[in-house]
Design a protein around this ligand. Sequence first.
Ligand code: PLP
Length: 359
Amino acid sequence: MTIYNFAAGPATMPAKVIQQIKADLPSYKNSGMSIMEISHRSALFDNIFQKAQRDMRDLLKIPDNYQVLFFQGGCTLQFTAAPLNLANKYHKIALLDSGHWADRAGDEAKRVGVKVDVLDSTKADHYTRLPILKTLSSDTYDYLHITTNNTIEGTAYTNVPETGTTELVGDMSSNFMGQEYDIKKFGAIMAGAQKNLGIAGLTVVIVRNDLIGKVNNLPSMVDYQLFAQKDSMFNTPPVFAIYAAGLVLQWLKDQGGISEMERRNRQKSGLLYDFLDNSKLFTAPVVKADRSLTNVVFVTGNPEIDQQVVTDAADNGLVNIKGHRSVGGMRASLYNAMPYEGVEKLVDFLTKFENDYRG
Ligand code: PLP
């Protein structure tokens, strides 16, 4: 039976990439060394590293005045690193509270002494819609933090808020490389790799040159300027994760790039949302305009039936559709590597479940 993995992350990877990893594992490019064993200072790795950075720049159309930095510590560490590096003038940031990860980002900023103003929150609506930026006074905040895709709640910004002279910082972890955004609208972007870019252990930061190097004596491992100077090789980088990301980036190029990914993601999520909107058993609680292309949340309203759906789906090879504990119900994550057939199988299964349930 083919298994389709709908997990929110670490997430399914392209089958071609897994095959390539398998082939490279014993001896990378006939070096007699596994890819897991090669030095980060070797020419072999340097090629991998340079190509990954180049491909990412090409795919996302990253302007030359932005750095592409590779960190460890997950996106969670960037919730600390971003305020440490960027909140250096007003020591105050603005936040749109769109759910769990925005809230976490605010918490971590506060822990390093940065004031956080929540300009809008949709908590009262159980985060079934996105908060809206109504006014943003200039010369007040170092930046506005948003989560472009809310992995748990299933909302996403198609158009990011217009922030005027205030910088925009985006946590793009769960729709990085899955949807087109204009990088120039952001001062900085952060994204963990374990959803659309390979495996856990690598976190990407894209940051505009003029925003870094303004704070002295930051802890080295979170210092954007230091990582820019050292080309992300201040210490041993996550070699295997960067290698895996390089393969995913090549795969993305072969597939037609980010616009093609977005087209496919719209098609996949559209198929599932259409089914849900016509179902009498399942509903998608997120308002239509704010729906994520990546994480599709749906419920029956009855936790026992939800549990049955999750169990029966797994028995049919459709694994990890259980919703996050804070939301309940189901969540199907449709990252780039999820094929259209996987979503067709899921819709067929849900249709049958509903028919059986209704007798
Ligand atoms: N931000 C978003 C939107 C996420 O989905 C996640 C993890 O799922 C994180 C941040 C935290 O990332 P990490 O586990 O890499 O620290």
